[in-house]
Design a protein around this ligand. Structure first.
Ligand code: ZN
Ligand code: ZN
Length: 261
């Protein structure tokens, strides 16, 4: 299979609200994690760090421009591969041990990582059979309700177990923006990992439905709006035989809008 040079591995797209999407286009869409960079006044935040097959720090300048906290939405291999490159690392308490002691099994690299998940391979010396995530012990342990403060922007940690025990979403109430990780995105959800929990998954979805979300940046697949968010959650809950409670809609606070920051 063809190899891609390091300078072409990542794709960087600046979105609204100082959010930048960093992707790995040569990984097939289903396996390709979204890496999110959020610019703050005092520091930046990275939500997830990709597979780690090419250095983010070396090839994506935006992640080194400012002080940065690298948050893990959870610890599957596709989300934490470059965490070891950052000094400041945060993860939910329930997966702190996984970030500190990753193995091919507990990060799901085994069985998922084979040459088949790529359209073209990372540069030498990458090899799928030897692929492993480097350990990156957290410097900050997160709990539900904690806040990640970037100076002018604050993100609340919402513990969303189900896909994995320490999964989190990050919620910015002012802009009604949610970084959802793998508990919810606009594509096939994974509910059967070794540490998934069906009951927790339902409870997390019911909780998420109560948030007046306007824009969602998920762990995989393209971002979507609040209407799609509620539609996806309600359909999922109905598929589980649950009656979804009425959803709340985003109502802009006074002063919200373009030019009011
Ligand atoms: Zn995952
Ligand atoms: Zn994932």
């Amino acid at each position: 299979m063809q190899r891609i040079s390091a300078d072409k591995w990542y794709e960087v797209r600046r979105l609204a609200d100082d959010v930048t999407a960093i992707g790995e286009p040569y990984i097939q869409e289903f396996y390709r994690c979204n890496i999110w960079h959020v610019r703050g006044r005092d520091r930046d935040m990275l939500v997830d760090s990709g597979m780690g097959v090419v250095s983010l720090r070396e090839w994506v300048p935006v992640v080194t421009e400012r002080d940065l906290i690298a948050v893990a939405s959870h610890t599957h291999f596709d989300h934490i591969g470059c965490h070891h490159e950052f000094e400041c690392r945060a993860v939910h308490a329930a997966e702190a041990d996984l970030l500190a002691n990753p193995t091919r099994q507990n990060t799901l690299a085994d069985p998922y990582v084979t040459d088949e998940i790529f359209d073209a391979l990372p540069p030498e010396p990458y090899c799928s059979a030897c692929y492993a995530v480097k350990r990156a012990p957290a410097t900050r342990i997160l709990q539900d309700g904690d806040v990640i403060d970037l100076g002018d922007r604050v993100f609340e940690v919402i513990h969303t177990p189900g896909h994995s025990p320490g999964g989190i979403a990050l919620w910015e109430a002012r802009t009604a923006t949610l970084f959802s990780g793998d508990i919810l995105y606009d594509g096939p959800l994974i509910e059967d990992t070794y540490h998934a929990n069906a009951q927790d998954y339902v409870a997390s979805m019911e909780r998420l439905l109560r948030l007046p979300v306007r824009i969602v940046h998920g762990g995989h697949f393209p971002s979507f709006d609040g209407a799609r968010y509620r539609q996806l959650i309600r359909a999922w809950l109905e598929g589980k035989g649950r009656t979804a409670p009425p959803a709340r809609r985003f109502r802009p606070p006074a002063g919200f809008g373009p030019g009011n920051r």
